[in-house]
Ligand binder design. Sequence first.
Ligand SMILES: C[S@@+](CC[C@H](N)C(=O)[O-])C[C@H]1O[C@@H](n2cnc3c(N)ncnc32)[C@H](O)[C@@H]1O
Length: 384
Amino acid sequence: MITELNQRLGGSATQPTPVKAHYEKYVYPDLPRLASVRGCDAYALNLEALWARFNGERLDPNEGRILLAGCGSFSPYPTAVANWRTPITALDLSTANLNRARQHAWLHLHFNVDFIEGDLTRATELFSEQAFHFIDCYGVIHHIPDDAVALRTLHALLKPGAFARIMVYSRCARRSIQAARRALRLLEIQNVQEIRALCRKARSGSRFRECVDAAPEAAFDSGLADLFLHPYARTYFLIELLAKLDQADLELLGFIHPGALPDIGAEIARLRNLETARTLTTNFILFAGRKEDASRRRVWKDFKARQETWVSLNPVIKKFLPRFPLIPIKPAPRLGFDNPVINFAEKRLLARFKTPVAKSVIEPDCLEAVEKRLHALFLIETQN
Ligand SMILES: C[S@@+](CC[C@H](N)C(=O)[O-])C[C@H]1O[C@@H](n2cnc3c(N)ncnc32)[C@H](O)[C@@H]1O
């Protein structure tokens, strides 16, 4: 069926697939090349911090390997801001996206990214198996007709203990966008100018207007094209997504979309209730690891509960801490919840962890604040 679908989508060895052709035409996201991110907002992409969270080990950043699977035109830059010493591989189908991403990273003086054109579903032909510690696959799987193969490939490319961040569209949250997309297709509307004209004409309060107004990417042409003209964009009910992960031998490690609960079971129940009530408004963002590594993660969980651990600063927060001005700053929420503000008192609290501190020496009245910062990933906890 997948082969049929691929054929229907028109891809062949010599002709680009419609998905590739789409991204050659519409660079996504189409941000100005000088658009920059605040260093502190990249904290949740730092490999050492994430490795510590899932494995409780210190990872030498020079030894780590990161893959951006379907990198688009921008993500190599913030990933490099978060991981300035780690080799990053940026893989994408689209030459136009790769060129733009390279320009963006280079203009901001980040040179630790290799840009490779290729298809995620065939990435084991490009890289050796178990090659990466962290794979970021954000907003890509739902554009791949053979999503099962793509997920299996992610699994094959993960090293023992490694993890992937995955974002896919939720059926419920994308309902009105998908409906508008189908309607535009029926009306044979195939370019952004016509959609813009329709947007201008759409009555305020109409479903089309509401769904355009609610989507920040509608502000730029390639975003509008991504919303309404994409040749292949499927959506998932939670249960379908969980089954796909399971079939690919990937274990769900936690959700990080806005409002996600830290407990996986509780979050699954919450999402399913929202789906039943048709009121879910977020796409799914999660971390997944190899099922084979479940026992290794359990060992770390048990160790943490029973033995001495060490608490230190997330390297990104450490790097940018001296640069935080007197005006309080709140790093952007990247893990599904609001962050603590970094003001003078917070800076003092965090500064204590510039070098690792044994958890047992942290005063009991400080522990709650430290746990909160560990949860926020401003601080990291390791076995040594
Ligand atoms: C919506 S964009 C997301 C880009 C980026 N991950 C981000 O979050 O900004 C989807 C990207 O996935 C790429 N893509 C789609 N299918 C792919 C495939 N089979 N292999 C590699 N890249 C793919 C597209 O070319 C596009 O750049």
